[in-house]
Design a binder for this molecule. Structure first.
Ligand code: E4P
Length: 217
């Protein structure tokens, strides 16, 4: 499973990228707002840093506007994936932009039928939002499973980009289901390394190293 980082914070992306953990980046208008940066400037910086796909979201709501914005965003760098919402206009923009050879990430997906439409429109990525479904007492992971089944049934090449990830369990569950990509905030990646038994085991080793005066160099 590929790891995308869900942020527009350059330092956080750079830190994970140095560890080889970053296969791509996703941003959205809320993350751009949070960064306090100009969308074109910060997106360019991210694209310079990361070689994998960098999702940058359009702000227009009509297909024509999304297509024009998508073309402008795609000029920033070759690794831009234009992000469009899952509406009819978004799907129209998706079809036009993918026909032009651009990567397109169709976002705000909350049902298997929406994911089916996005695949038919040629989306490079579909972004089902797990956490926001969980917030409504609906199981976001069930949606990832349903989309996996449907895409595999018909050989759709659209990649399932599990989004709105809130917990470390979301990450391992997505990997078990077979999501192609999971995008998560930096804090979730940091938490993935943690285990109480690792801490406990290491503390015991440190005690024994001291007691037996073990040294290597
Ligand atoms: C991904 O592309 C989305 O922007 C993101 O995962 C949304 O997550 P949220 O529901 O935590 O805002």
């Amino acid at each position: 499973m590929k790891f995308f980082v869900d942020t527009a914070e350059i330092d956080a992306i750079a830190e994970l990228n140095d560890l080889g953990m970053v296969d791509g980046v996703t941003t959205n208008p809320s993350l751009i707002k949070k960064s306090g940066r100009d969308i074109l400037e910060v997106t360019k910086e991210i694209c310079d840093l990361v070689s994998g796909p960098v999702s940058a979201e359009v702000v227009a709501l009509d297909a024509e506007g999304m297509i024009a914005e998508g073309r402008k965003l795609a000029e920033i760098a070759e690794n831009i994936a234009v992000k469009v919402p899952l509406t009819w206009d978004g799907l129209k923009a998706c079809k036009t932009l993918t026909d032009e050879g651009k990567m397109v990430n169709v976002t705000l997906c909350f049902s298997a039928n929406q994911a089916l439409l996005a695949a038919k429109a040629g989306a490079t990525f579909i972004s089902p939002f797990i956490g926001r479904l969980d917030d409504l007492n609906s199981d976001g992971l069930d949606l990832i499973e349903d989309i996996r089944t449907i895409y595999d049934n018909y050989g759709f090449e659209t990649q399932i980009l599990a989004a709105s990830i809130r917990t470390v369990n979301h990450m391992s569950d997505c990997a078990k289901i077979g999501a192609d990509v999971a995008t998560a905030p930096p804090a979730v990646f940091k938490k993935m390394v943690e285990h109480v038994l690792t801490d406990k085991g290491l503390a015991a080793f440190v005690e024994d190293i001291k007691a037996a005066n073990i040294s290597i160099l």
